[in-house]
Ligand binder design. Structure first.
Ligand code: ATP
Ligand code: MG
Ligand code: FE
Length: 339
């Protein structure tokens, strides 16, 4: 089964061809970072228009890389939500139109299911069941995953997502957009421990998170008299350590409470080196294991969407052949159906 996946929920246009027998055959991502940088955030209308501009070429390039003709595609999979309505419509429209033209099924995919299953694309993939820590720009969630479409929410952020906290804090420190990777790079040149930032909800006794207070604590430090830009690296290191500490502690608590020994990390913040190092160390000490997606599949991409589509097809999902464009900009993962 060859599934063409299309991702367009936010500011990355992603296309990939996944073959259930041979794996990932081709994949392309175009990031709109340069387009939105001047505005300091994603401008929805610009995002939609750029998806329209990029998609046709990305599809051609992906198929060329895969050495595959359009007629060989067995199904389409596209991100149907959550995300920006206009941006989702572009990918959904393209996928449904292609499916109709090729007379193959189209499968609407939940973006977070894509992230969640992406570590299963790696050579050394975990078996079900596992605990998933989803840490992205819009979400921070812990889930018990027992199979495709079987996700139980264990805890989540009550305010900002971890990636959002990274981005907003980076902005406070005068770093470019999007700030997460830049903040992490700056943190690597500093040392943590000087600023005594809070560890929000570290001892709350549940598996929920809160990150907005951390960003405010950073704001207080940089607006206090005597603040020097030369201290930014140490402050960045402190901020990163605070986020990582809370994520590690709660992820371990989720493993303990579910009795599971496998942790899967997905989403953009999963690319953070310090988070990986501390999670690996803590898990190894207990004989547990942590699984990550390939580095380039941490942030938004079409491969995870094609893969989720292939798994759903294999599990019996039929998809639609009616060309009905079914986007859902707000779509709680808990409402996702089993295939
Ligand atoms: P969602 O999937 O929840 O809709 P999203 O698609 O915007 O949100 P992703 O693409 O998964 O999120 O991840 C992007 C986020 O990851 C950004 O907030 C970015 O700053 C953050 N990020 C990427 N690399 C790193 C890193 N090395 N350290 C910390 N944060 C990072
Ligand atoms: Mg993005
Ligand atoms: Fe995402």
């Amino acid at each position: 089964m060859k599934v063409l996946g299309i991702e367009s929920s936010c500011d990355e246009t992603g296309v990939a061809l996944y073959d259930s027998a041979r794996g990932l055959l081709g994949h392309r991502v175009h990031s709109q970072i340069d387009l939105h940088a001047a505005y300091g955030g994603v401008v929805p209308e610009l995002a939609s228009r750029d998806h329209i501009r990029r998609l046709p070429l990305l599809v051609r390039e992906t198929l060329a890389e895969a050495g595959c003709a359009l007629s060989e595609i067995d199904a389409l999979a596209y991100t149907a939500g959550p995300g920006l309505a206009g941006a989702l419509l572009v990918g959904a429209g393209a996928a449904e139109a292609l499916a109709l033209a090729l007379d193959v099924p189209a499968l609407p995919i939940h973006h977070l299911e894509g992230h969640l299953l992406s570590p299963l694309l790696a050579a050394d993939a975990p078996d079900f069941p596992f605990v998933a820590l989803l840490v992205s720009g819009g979400h921070t969630q812990l889930m018990r995953v027992t199979g495709v479409g079987e996700y139980e929410l264990l805890g989540e952020s009550l305010d900002d997502a971890a990636g959002e906290a990274f981005d907003k804090t980076a902005k406070l420190l005068g770093l470019g957009y999007p700030g997460g990777p830049q903040l992490a790079a700056l943190a690597a040149t500093g040392s943590a421990g000087r600023f005594r930032l809070p560890r929000p909800m570290l001892n709350s006794g549940d598996l929920d998170f809160s990150f907005s207070g951390l960003k405010t604590a950073v704001l207080n430090v940089v607006s206090a008299p005597g603040w020097q830009a030369a201290d930014a690296a140490d402050l960045a290191a402190d901020f990163q350590q605070a986020v990582v500490e809370v994520l590690v502690r709660k992820a371990l608590a989720a493993l303990r409470s579910t009795g599971l020994q496998r942790l899967v990390v997905a989403g953009g913040v999963g690319a953070n080196r310090e988070l990986r190092a501390q999670l690996d160390r803590a898990a190894a000490r207990r004989g547990w294991r942590v699984y990550y997606p390939e580095a380039e599949l941490c942030t938004d991409n079409g491969a995870m969407i094609a893969f989720a589509g292939a798994l759903r097809l294999a599990a019996g999902a039929g998809g639609s052949r009616e060309g009905r464009i079914a986007i859902r900009p707000r779509w709680p993962l808990a409402e996702l159906m089993r295939p």
